[in-house]
Design a protein around this ligand. Structure first.
Ligand code: SAH
Length: 283
């Protein structure tokens, strides 16, 4: 157990009894918490947390009761209602409630639904954003989610809908045509279908892809592959969720920006993976 870090002096908001703070915990590495999250951890009477919140983060709130409310990807939304009702009960009993979710609470985390239910029941809330895995997790793998030579837009998609199926509402052709870089959350289960949909939509078999597993944690693993080999390489790797899948040429930047390997003394594999031919800063 590590001691909770100190907050810098300042006029930090008070988590009042009867309130729920809906807070993102970032993708894993406790250093990626916000100061508002730390402030919340220090004041909470009870923390209702998800599967993807690192245990060390909870260690920073030893005074609080810790309630696990994890769900397996794509499984029933009935349980979501139970979680919301639990939060309402806790708030009404006068607790200072911290609802802690992985990444950002409003990115594929049902945070919007939870906050709406709380407000509908008259429970006051504060929203504390967090670093989403699709941005921070890729950065830890050395993949910039945008890069001037690659993309002017990025699309974040979920590989699951409420029923646990590939989201039928997704227009893969439009996504493929409209976005050079596609970042897929919860994509492992349906990777074969997603990859096929992207190929059918015209994306090249040779297009670079990366699968970043347990990003920013001590268990981070990265698989680099192509759209043509994504399913086979993924199943051969034995890698398991949670994973962010990135499709697009920005994955190539990892050849120069894999800063975790550089920190271990490895040389960059390629200083100019996008073939700019001149140092980026002079352009
Ligand atoms: N609100 C979260 C996403 C929740 S959905 C966020 O903003 O990041 C859960 C999915 O997020 C997982 O299935 C996985 O696709 C992704 N995810 C969350 N944490 C991750 C991590 N540390 N490494 C890789 N993927 C992660």
């Amino acid at each position: 157990m590590t001691d909770s870090p100190d907050l810098p002096a300042g006029n930090w908001p008070e988590l009042k009894p009867g309130w729920v703070w809906l807070c993102g915990a970032g993708p894993g590495d406790p250093g990626l918490l916000t100061l508002h999250a730390l402030n919340a951890l220090r004041q909470a009477d009870v923390i209702v947390f998800d599967a993807l919140v690192e245990p060390e983060i909870l260690d920073w709130a030893p005074q609080a009761e810790h309630i696990y409310a994890g769900k397996r990807g794509g499984k029933p939304s009935a349980k979501q209602r139970d979680i919301s009702l639990r939060l309402i009960d806790l708030a009404r009993s006068g607790k200072r409630v911290l609802r802690l979710k992985g990444g950002d609470p409003f990115v594929f985390g049902r945070g919007g639904e939870e906050a709406q239910t709380l407000i509908q029941h008259g429970v006051p809330v504060r929203i504390i954003p967090g670093i989403s895995a699709g941005i921070g997790g890729l950065a830890y793998a050395g993949i910039p989610v945008t890069h001037r030579d690659v993309n002017q837009s990025v699309t974040f998609v979920t590989g699951h809908d409420q029923s646990g199926e590939t989201p039928s509402s997704l227009d893969w052709k439009a996504i493929s045509d409209g976005s050079q870089v596609i970042v897929i959350y919860m994509g492992i289960k349906h990777i074969a279908r997603i990859a096929a949909a992207l190929r059918d939509a015209g994306r090249q078999m040779s297009e670079p892809c990366a699968v970043v597993v347990s990003a920013t944690t001590g268990d981070q693993q990265v698989l680099e592959t192509t759209l043509g080999s994504l399913e086979s390489d993924l199943s051969a790797s034995g890698l398991e969720p949670p994973a962010i899948i990135c499709v697009g040429r920005s994955v190539l930047m990892r050849q120069v920006l894999d800063w975790q390997s550089l920190a271990l003394g490895e040389a960059p594999r390629n200083l100019d993976p996008l073939g700019r031919g001149k140092p980026a800063e002079t352009a």
